[in-house]
Design a protein around this ligand. Structure first.
Ligand SMILES: *Cc1c(COP(=O)(O)O)cnc(C)c1O
Ligand SMILES: [Zn+2]
Length: 385
């Protein structure tokens, strides 16, 4: 087992109480208050010229919290297509619209970026067993990257609420599957209970701040492709990814790739919108929901663990949260498929539904450059609706 030090390159601070911690892959939440941790990297010596000439998210390795000793566990994640949607621009009536197609990642969702990084550093720290609660995509991704690293993976799933494609992937990659009766939130509670009884287990949920470091690379890619972006839309479940996207753009700005951080808009489904509701009530607390319901199963989460980080992302980028109906999510999924040839799962289409809603209500200027992040592949959830 090799050991390496993250101390020279990163600082870790609790977003809730401000306490600073010694950086280590073992560190997941604040050990004084349980709050979410933020990772701060020294980017002062990094420029665009520092990036590696490889076609995956590992292009951005100099901006990732990896010691030199760590060998990436990679399947070529990242480097996903950014496609201009000229047909939808005309129909919706907006200036420029691009889709970042994260469904082309190795297991079909953006989760692969985070898993590649988290599995890499945890494997290098000697962990041999991973555990994760999931609405499906996290499980599929953890199962694949765990298999690649030769580790045991246990996935905890809400019985009856995981889309077929995602469940199939976890089984195919050989994960141990445990069902809970209840929602994702109950599955996450089980993970936390299991963790407290075994120090050998490593958690791959998005409460893991290291995983989000991998996910931030999507913004580096969009930043390099477009240089100037006005607004980014993405679906929000637990709230980890919106923070990762925000962090990526903030870093891209400090490195000098973009001049400003785009406004970031988080989209939730009406029946599962605790973050939207908390935000609407002043943005100081979460409004948790006991029985979240939506066709967008990837964002069917009632007690989002990363709400504080999600609020920060939206507040500091001057965006806000939006809530859309399931019908509008499905209509957007069909528009992307029929008018642009792009297939995505329902949760992903919430991005476009959110953009259409803001533009229709006149809340945002039409003549801007928009990016919608399409988080997962259409085959993940092949139900006919
Ligand atoms: C995980 C996931 C989301 C939500 O991301 P969070 O970090 O939980 O907010 C959205 N869409 C898809 C397809 C996902 O798999
Ligand atoms: Zn704390």
């Amino acid at each position: 087992m090799q050991s390496y030090s993250l101390r020279d390159m990163v600082r870790v601070r609790c977003l809730a109480c401000g306490r600073e911690h010694d950086p280590s892959p073992r560190l997941i939440t604040c050990n004084s208050c349980g709050g979410p941790l933020e990772i701060e990297l020294d980017l002062s010596r990094i420029s665009r010229a520092s990036f590696l000439n490889v076609r995956s998210m590992w292009r951005y390795r100099p901006a990732l919290p990896m010691g030199d000793l760590v060998e990436p566990v990679s399947l070529g994640e990242g480097a996903t297509p950014l496609v201009r949607l000229r047909n939808l621009e005309r129909i919706i009536g907006v200036g420029e619209l691009y889709a970042k197609i994260e469904g082309t990642n190795p297991t079909g969702s953006f989760k692969d970026r985070g898993m590649s990084l988290a599995v890499s550093i945890a494997s290098s720290s000697g962990y041999s067993e991973f555990i994760v609660a999931s609405t499906g995509n996290t499980a599929a991704s953890a199962s694949a990257y765990g298999a690649r690293a030769g580790k045991r993976v246990t996935v905890i799933l809400p019985r009856g609420y995981v889309a077929d494609g995602k469940l199939f992937q976890s089984i195919l990659h050989g994960a141990r599957i445990v069902y809970v009766d209840g929602s994702f939130d109950d599955a996450l509670s089980k993970v936390l209970r299991d963790l407290s009884t075994s120090a050998k287990l490593y958690p791959l949920n998005s409460i893991n701040p290291w995983r989000l470091e991998g996910q931030k690379t999507v913004s580096y890619e969009v930043a390099e492709d477009l240089r100037e972006i006005d607004a980014v839309f993405l679906p929000v479940g637990n709230g980890g990814n919106i923070y990762a996207v925000y962090k990526g753009f903030t870093e891209a700005k400090s490195i000098g790739i973009v001049e400003r951080v785009p406004r970031i808009f988080g989209v939730q489904a009406r029946g599962s919108s605790p973050i939207y509701m908390g935000w609407s009530l002043g943005g100081r607390a979460l409004e948790s929901i006991d029985k979240p319901e939506t066709v967008a199963t990837a964002i069917r989460i009632g007690r989002p663990a990363n709400w504080l980080k999600a609020f920060k992302a939206v507040r500091e980028s001057r965006g806000f949260f939006i809530r859309v109906d399931d019908d509008d999510i499905l209509a957007s999924q069909k528009m992307l498929a029929k008018l642009e040839g792009i297939g995505c799962e329902p949760a992903s289409a919430a991005s476009l539904a959110g953009l259409i809603k803001l533009v229709d209500e006149g809340v945002i200027d039409r003549d801007l450059r928009f990016v919608v992040i399409l988080t997962g592949h259409s085959l993940k959830d092949p139900a006919m609706r």
